[in-house]
Design a protein around this ligand. Sequence first.
Ligand code: SF4
Length: 403
Amino acid sequence: MTAESDGIKIAISFNGNIVNTQLLKQEVTRQYPDFFSCCDSDIVCQKLLLELVKQKDFASAVRCVMQSLDGAFSVTGILGTGDFFAFKDPHGIKPLCAGHSPDGKTLAFSSETASLDINGFIRDFELEPGELVTVSGSGFRRKQLIENPRKAFCAFEYAYFARPDSRFNGKYVYEIREDFGRNLVKEYPDIVKAADVILSVPETGDDPAMGVHEASGLRWERASRRHRYVTERAFILLNNERFSTIDRKVNILGSKVEGKRVIVTEDSIVRGDTTKIIIEKLRKAGAKRVYMFVTFPRIIGPCFYGIDMSTYGQLIGSRHNSVEIGKIIGADAVCYQSIDALVRATGESKTSLCLACVTGNYPTPLAQEMADKMKVKFLNGYEEKGRIYETEETSSQAGGKAN
Ligand code: SF4
């Protein structure tokens, strides 16, 4: 996104999602009446410009932006003067790291370490929540703008979103996912005893399958194969597209599961329809039993921070427990990893992760307020009309600041 005013030019890139966009948009429009965009990245860019025009120095402008936004934001950008910078929200919900080229002449920011690796760069550090990093001739200059931020790194990054070849806290996401698989074996010994073989839903189910295989000794059959050229993410597609995409995306090697009791490793169950189709395929291929091993705990509430599962209505776990979910999707058992086991495997503490979609406790006040209000309505039969933070009735009433 780019913006320009009063001789100041900026360009930013943005990872995250802002919850109080309507309020911010009103503020931006008061200053720039021609501004019409509803896109949160655009609004963040305009808000930063507005503060750069008002404040005496760059750090004060970024601090004001951090204090005004409710949500997740990892931002990198460049000023018209050529100054390069990056900053992260006071909860550090999204990843953002810094690195350098082997000759030290080029500095870079990246959401994940994988993109530093593939460009031959060396990772230097992960930005802290509430930190601003600027680039000068002598390297990175780090400045903590918000004191005592409450860290709330997205736990779903570990189970689904991040690349397995990225590292958080020095550990590959792949290794953490293997631990998730080992945890599931410990948590469900009776199911392990009753199973013949492991199968994974490619690709995020592959890493925990390795952990299940190692801890249980069961054979891991690579009997579910993903179509190389169907690359859409099924869970963000429209209903009719989703069904045909999942159907084309995963193929089962029938004779490998025929007559078998199968443990299927999967990263998460959002709506449940992806899993349901895969189970139907397995049954058709002759699987005798299907046990789902799911690394991310049951998702009970929407995400406000950039993962597109933003209503209660779309989440099968918001209305049903694991036994009911098993019946709906046709599994003999649905075995979720517990929250405690997941947290342990990440090497973080419960208080340093965002677990809002599995606990209902949101790290930012406005998201909590909106989630609570909508939950009451939803449980009373209300049908949500879109993303909660974009619906008039919740977002226009709320005006909290991030803390
Ligand atoms: S609500 Fe869930 S998906 Fe969203 S940031 Fe928090 S942990 Fe991640």
